[in-house]
Ligand binder design. Structure first.
Ligand SMILES: [Zn+2]
Length: 362
């Protein structure tokens, strides 16, 4: 036994020696690169985090500016999914992840009380005189607590409002002011910016989500309005719920066929059910979304160009077959037709309401 142990430790010794020998002969770079101290690298990292925050906030402001207009203009078409909003965005130090907190504090002077980051142009908040950088310390004469408690109180007061005016007590530099704002009714589908390079956007039934990659791809606010309108239409037309119903029907049919044939096709049935009408739902979201953008005052006549640019960068989408989405060719042509339909209605002074199929008309 002792001899065996000795053998093992001798082996380990030579193995370690071999590793050192191999490491010594590993290939290394041969030029003298600049040496960077950890301290200077940390300073540069903070600077880069600030640049990332500036870029994100720039896209976020644009998304909220266009989105607010669309949500407000289409409130009469959003049924019961409506809420009141003032058109300002606020933050506290605690609402930012630790990694980026310092950058936000440095750039926007965030404090422990809710601080206004952005006031949406033409919103009630802007008309009432609220400004970015204003620190909110009380709402309706109720003093806020510092930190997350303050945000909770403020968001609860705003959430449970039914159209009444609110009084924000704010501090602007050394001045203290009371600002009275009456909200407006908007569609209750918050618009979220997702930090991702993908040229994508989606609706989850409750929100509209736009990727930063999509924001950079879009040339104008008219094009962005078309994308937001499209996703909003998925929500308002209940496409997700309809797909869920079709999936259930597919699952049931699959189960019946499985029972009759002895071959399990339940999963295929569910998938087929879910994909049923998916292209039609996309075409409907394009059609209704066009109206949503136009109702908010955006010019949809040239916005279809985005599908030509999409085709140029993603040629596979030109002639899609068996996909969940219509081809870029069909989308471009259908949006052009819808834009013409809208143009004629504007000329005739008719209301901008999407046309229903004959058997869905009242
Ligand atoms: Zn879609």
């Amino acid at each position: 036994m002792k001899e065996y142990k000795l053998y093992v430790s001798t082996c380990s010794f030579w193995l370690i020696m071999l590793i050192f020998l191999l490491l010594g002969s590993a290939c290394a770079p041969t030029t003298r690169v600049p040496q960077i101290s950890e301290e200077i690298a940390a300073q540069e990292a903070e600077k880069q985090r600030e640049l990332a925050v500036l870029e994100f906030v720039k896209l976020y402001k644009r998304l909220q500016r266009v989105g607010f207009r669309i949500l407000q203009a289409n409130a009469p078409l959003c049924g019961k999914k409506i809420r009141y909003d003032w058109g300002f965005i606020y933050l506290t130090q605690e609402s930012i992840s630790k990694n980026y907190r310092q950058a936000y504090m440095h750039l926007y002077g965030l404090r422990e009380y809710p601080t206004v980051l952005y006031v949406i142009p033409t919103s009630p908040a802007e008309k009432a005189g609220l400004k970015p950088g204003d620190v909110i310390y009380a709402v309706n004469n109720q003093h806020l607590l510092p930190g997350t408690k303050g945000i909770e109180i403020l968001s609860q007061v705003l959430k449970h409002n039914h159209g009444e005016k609110i009084v924000l007590s704010i501090e602007r530099k050394t001045k203290k002011l009371n600002i009275v704002i009456k909200p407006v009714c908007i569609c209750d589908y918050p618009i979220i910016l997702k930090n991702s390079d993908q040229v994508n956007a989606y609706a989850d039934g409750q929100h509209v989500v736009v990727f930063s990659g999509m924001m950079r791809f879009l040339d104008s606010d008219d094009e962005l309005a078309l994308i937001i309108g499209h996703e909003l239409a998925h929500n308002t037309m209940g496409h997700l719920q309809k797909q869920a119903v079709n999936r259930t029907i597919g699952t049931l049919l699959g189960a019946i066929v499985s029972e009759l044939t002895g071959v399990n096709v339940t999963r295929i049935g569910a998938q087929t059910g879910q994909l049923l009408f998916s292209q039609e739902f996309e075409a409907e979201a394009d059609y209704v979304g066009c109206y949503y953008a136009a109702r908010a005052g955006y010019d949809v006549s040239g916005a279809a160009q985005l599908w030509r640019r999409m085709a140029a960068t993603h040629p596979l989408a030109i002639n899609l077959k068996g996909s969940t989405h219509p081809s870029t060719a069909k989308r471009f042509l259908a949006i052009e037709k819808t834009a013409e339909e809208i143009k004629q209605k504007i000329k005739r002074g008719e209301p901008l309401i999407p046309e229903k199929k004959d058997h869905y008309k009242n």
